[in-house]
Write a protein that binds this ligand. Sequence first.
Ligand code: SAH
Length: 656
Amino acid sequence: MVEHHIAARGVRSPLVLEAMATVPREEFLPSHLREYAYEDTPLPIGEAQTISQPYIVAFMTEALGLSGGEKVLEIGAGSGYAAAVLSRIAGDVYTVERIGELAAKASERLSDLGYDNVHLLHADGTRGWLEHAPYDAIIVAAGGPEVPRSLKQQLAIGGRLVIPVGTDPRVQELVRLTRGSEDEFKSEDIADVRFVPLLGEEGWAETKPQKRAAKAARDRVGERDLIDAVREHAEPFGSIELADLEPVLKRIGDARLVLIGEATHGTAEFYRMREQITRALITEKGFKFVAIEGDWPDAARIDNYVRHFEYQPAGWTAFARFPTWMWRNHEVREFVEWLRGENADREPGKRAAFHGLDLYSLHNSIREVLDYLDDVDPHAAQVARERYGCLTPWQADPATYGRAALTGRYRSCEKEVASMLAGILTKRREYALRDGERYFGAVQNARLVTNAERYYRIMYYGSRASWNLRDSHMFETLRALLAFYGLDSKAVVWAHNSHVGDASATEMSIRGEYNVGQLCRSEFKQQVYLIGFGTDRGTVAAASDWDGPMQTMEVRPSIEKSYERRFRAAAQDMGEPKYFLPLRGKASMQEALQHPRLERAIGVIYRPETELASHYFQAVLPRQFDEYIWFDETCAVSPLPTVDLAGMPDTYPFGL
Ligand code: SAH
C-alpha cells in the first residue's frame, strides 16, 4: 500500500513513509472491513464517520513538515489511526474527538496497541485543547467553513496548521497555515479534498433534533407528491421485447444524439431495453451508428462484422480484457447479429455502424496503427515502430508506465506519441485517398494512444483529472464520428448512467468533474436526449476488485433516502414493476423530484458491504436525464466464455 498508493503519488518524506508502513491499519477497523484495510479508500467506522484514506493521511502528515519529536494536536480522532501514524514521528500527539462512542473506542484501542504518547480528549475540538498549547503542528481531519480562531491561537510561532476548509460541507480546499508571528499567518491551498464536516462551536452548526423532525415531516409529504407525479406520468410496460416504443420515439423527436445509460455494467434488462430502443432508432429514424463505452479497436472488429467489411480479422479477441462481461455477453451478441442482418439488405453506404469511444486499448491501438502503416506506407511504419517503442516495455501494464514516468524513473513518451498523430494527420490527402474509412480508423487509434499515454500519467494525481480526460476523449471521438458521417448523421451512445446523465446535476460537479452527457448537452442543446435506467434489487454481474473474476452478485434493495426507493414505492403503489418515466418538460415531475437525493451507481465493481459510501451519490434526477426507465427487479447479464479457439469460428467477431 505504501509503495503503490502513497510513494507513487508523490509523498517523499522518509519519516512519513516509515510511519505509514509501521501502523497496522486493520487494527483500527471494524472486523468485517479488515480485508479492505490496505486499499486506498476511506471506510466507515460507525456513527456516520470514516477512517481517512491512507494517501490523505500521508499527504497531510507530510504537509505538517515534522522532523521528529514535536508536540502535535489532531482534531477528529475517529478511529485513532491518523493519531497512531503521527505518534510514530511526533514526541506527543494530543487528539480530540467529539463523538463519545468513537473517543472511547479509539482511546482503548490506542492503549491496547501501546501507542502511549497519544493522549485523547472527548470534546469539541474546534476550541482546540488549551491545556497543552502551543502546538508545533495542528491537523484537522474534518472540514470546516473557516479556520477556527482557537486553533490559530494555539499554534506555536513557526508552526503549521493543516485543515480542510470550504463553504460547501461536502467538498473542501486543503489549506496549510504557517504562523509567522503573533498575528501573521501564511496560507497555501494544497489540494482539493472531501472530508466529513467539522461540527462544533467554531465549525458547522449541529443539526438540532427539532430541525431533523421538521425535515422528516417534509420528506413524508414529498414522498406522496412524488408517487402521485410518477402515477400521472409513468408509462408501464409488460415485456421488454413487446413494449410500445412509439411514445418514447415521439419524445426523442428529431434529436441527433440519444444517449442511453445503465445503472450497472451487468444488468440484462438494461441491455435488452437499450437494444429495442436502438433498433427502432436505426430502422425508423435513420440513426447512423452506435457508439459504446468500449475501446475503439474492439468495437472496430464488431463494426467490420456488422457492415460486412472484408478486412482480415486480427489475431486477437474482441473485449477480452477486464471487464469482459460488459460487452462479451449474450445480450450484446443478440444486437450484433440483428444489426448484421439489418445491414445485409442495405447498400454499403447506408449501413449502420458500431464504434467504441473509450481509451483503454493502448496496446491494441498501437498495433492497429502499425498494421495500417505497414499496408499504406512501410517507411512510416518503421519510424512508428521506433517512436511507439518508447511504450513497448509497458504495454502489458500501462499503469506502471504512468507511475514510472510520474516519479521520474522512466522518461515520458508524450512527444513520441504526439508526433505520430501529427505525422498521420499531415499525410491525410495521400492516405485517405486509398480508403477513407481505414484512414479514419488509424487516426482514431493514434489519437487514442496520445490520450491514453496522458491518462496513465495523470491518473496518480487523483480521479478528477483522469475522469475528465477520459470523458473528453469519448466526447471528442463521438464528435469525430459525427463529422465523418456527415452533418445530418445521428448517433446512439451506450454508456453508464454516470457518463450519460448530465454531470452538472450531480455531486460530480462539486468535484469539478464533467462527462459525455454534459458535454453533449452544452454543444448540441435540445438535439440531445438523455435516457437513464434504474433498478431496486435482483442480481448483477460484477467483480469485487479490479481485475477480479466476474461474479453474479445480489443487488441490495435500495436504501431509504434514495430515488430508487421512491420509484419502487411508486411501482408498488401502481402495481406496475416496470415503466418509462418521461422527465423533460413535465412540471409536476420536475417539482416532485427537484430536491437532490441519493442515486445508486454500480460499475464493474460492486461492494455491497460499503454500499452507501461506494455506490451512492447525490443527484437531481430530472436535470440529469430527459427520461428514466425503471425496473423493480433485474438479473445479471449472461457472459460469453472467454477462451480462444483456433481458426475463425462462426462466433466471430467475439472469437469464441
Ligand atoms: N483521523 C481519523 C479520521 C476521522 S474522520 C481516522 O484516522 O480515523 C473525522 C472525525 O472528526 C470524526 O470522527 C468526527 O466525529 C470528528 N469531528 C468532527 N467535528 C469535530 C469536532 N468539532 N471536534 C472533534 N472531532 C470532530
